[in-house]
Design a protein around this ligand. Structure first.
Ligand SMILES: N[C@@H](Cc1c[nH]c[nH+]1)C(=O)O
Length: 374
């Protein structure tokens, strides 16, 4: 029997790591006063594809229901949580969730996320709390080899704003920037007659690295108030992270939004070995416009599958086997307590050597049963 492309089975350590990552997440966010929320796996496509949320239906797992409406398997938590809490009283700000999302533009169709969303809070408070929760969670999981990257949708958007690009061309340019394809950026800019910003965009592609890069851009953008404001904002967040710990922070000024609803700061966590993205998030105030709310909204989600692959597994426990028979099986069961530290299996026969660290047999002594090493 085969599985559809993108679906996969899992066994052993990966599962226990994932469960541990989930439980740790639950504890960390509960202690930081997040309230758990869960939304159904099946939703109307419109929750994600409406004009404001803007996600692409093409990448969703979808079907028609009996009323002819398109339903999907949850492709994104952020839009689902926004739908769910839009009706809630705005006094509560901090939400957390855990569960799968399904999209066929990712490596596997299903990926497990653990995330937080902070709504109606002061902007800097929300962003700081997102980043500091990420730091605390990764520390608690003993993952210390990572880098936090900060970006901002406003840089690219401000630069192209004076030119009225068609939506499709704008998106192509965004994708070329996202992929850091200077050849494509050059081509699109020339086709669209945007020569005035050609050099600026090409230069931005390489504008990533440690915070020192910010001072170069302070000079370059000295007369562009909007862009200077963004640089100051990034600096403020870097300063906060520096004050609270040893976290390595980089900036990518050429970063463009990877989700259509982002408008503002964007953050990602990269694991140093291998470079996988372990969390991703950003500001998305505009998503709430669909509910006629002008508010602040920011969040991030961890890729729990990636975390599970990179968690250091604890030294595994000793594996013991008590050899029994149908007649002594009940006795063997009662003798498990004599081996409290080990993983204890009961078998009638052990075929392969090396399956267990120790083999025990049952003996009777003074009318008492006990296990002794064989
Ligand atoms: N939903 C985003 C993560 C996020 C949470 N909040 C804001 N952004 C993602 O799947 O990448």
């Amino acid at each position: 029997m085969f599985l559809p492309a993108g679906s996969q089975d899992e066994t052993g350590v990966l599962i226990s790591n994932r469960l541990k990552a989930s439980e740790t997440f639950r504890q960390v966010v509960e202690k930081r006063n997040f309230k758990a929320i869960s939304t159904p796996v099946v939703e109307y496509a419109n929750t994600f594809t409406n004009e404001i949320a803007g996600m692409d239906l093409q990448n969703m797992l979808k079907w028609f229901n009996h009323e002819g409406e398109i339903e999907v398997l949850r492709p994104d938590w952020t839009a689902a949580v926004a739908r769910a809490i839009a009706k809630q009283h705005p006094s509560f700000q901090k939400w957390s969730y855990q569960g799968s999302i399904f999209r066929n533009d990712k490596d596997g169709i299903e990926s497990r996320q653990a995330g937080i969303e902070i709504v109606h809070a002061d902007q800097f408070l929300g962003e700081s709390e997102c980043l500091l929760t990420a730091v605390q969670y990764l520390n608690t999981l003993n993952i210390d080899q990572y880098v936090i990257e900060l970006g901002h949708t406003g840089i690219f958007e401000t630069i192209i704003a004076p030119y009225s690009l068609k939506e499709a061309q704008e998106e192509n340019l965004r994708i070329a920037m996202h992929d850091k394809r200077s050849d494509l950026v050059e081509q699109i800019v020339e086709e669209e007659g945007l020569l005035a910003i050609k050099d600026q965009l090409i230069q931005l592609i390489d504008a990533y690295g440690s915070k020192e890069i910010l001072s170069t851009y302070h000079d370059l953008w000295h007369d562009q108030a909007e862009l200077l404001k963004i640089l100051n904002h990034l600096e403020q967040l870097i300063h906060l992270l520096e004050q609270t710990g040893e976290t390595e922070v980089i900036v990518d000024l050429g970063r463009v939004k990877n989700l259509p609803y982002y408008d503002g700061i964007m953050f990602r966590g990269f694991l140093t070995s291998g470079g996988s993205i372990c969390f991703s998030g950003g500001r998305y105030d505009k998503l709430y416009k669909q509910f006629k709310q002008e508010t602040s909204a920011v969040g991030l989600a961890f890729d729990v599958d990636i975390l599970a692959q990179h968690m250091v597994t604890e030294a595994s426990r000793n594996k013991a086997c008590i050899l029994a028979s149908p007649k002594t099986h009940a006795i063997a069961e009662s003798l498990r307590k004599e081996l409290p530290e080990a993983i204890v299996d009961i078998q009638y026969d052990v075929q392969a050597d090396g399956m267990y660290d120790k083999l025990y047999k049952i003996i009777q002594e003074n009318n008492q049963y006990k296990v002794v090493e064989r």
